[in-house]
Design a protein around this ligand. Structure first.
Ligand code: ZN
Length: 85
């Protein structure tokens, strides 16, 4: 994916001072795809792990828009039992 995807997401959300809704789709712990949905217009941006980390860091620096790492909704493609060793 293009690294500038991060720029696109930030530009879109920060134009209105918004935080995107984040959902992570994971096949395993470090194999996730992140979908950021704009709460204003509903458009979606798909980022890989590296891009998402950069987006989180830049959002932390900005403080006023981007994504909130504490509000990530993680879904597994194949749900696994959490206590099965
Ligand atoms: Zn939007």
């Amino acid at each position: 994916m293009d690294a500038r995807q991060v720029e696109l997401v930030l530009a879109h959300l920060c134009r209105k001072g918004l935080f995107g809704d984040v959902r992570a789709w994971c096949e395993s712990r470090f194999d996730c795809v992140y979908v950021v949905t704009c709460p204003d217009c509903g458009c979606r941006f798909v980022l890989d792990e590296t891009e998402f980390q950069e987006l989180v860091e830049r959002s932390n620096a900005l403080q006023v828009c981007g994504v909130l790492p504490t509000a990530i909704d993680v879904r597994m493609f194949q749900p696994r039992l959490p206590f099965s060793g």
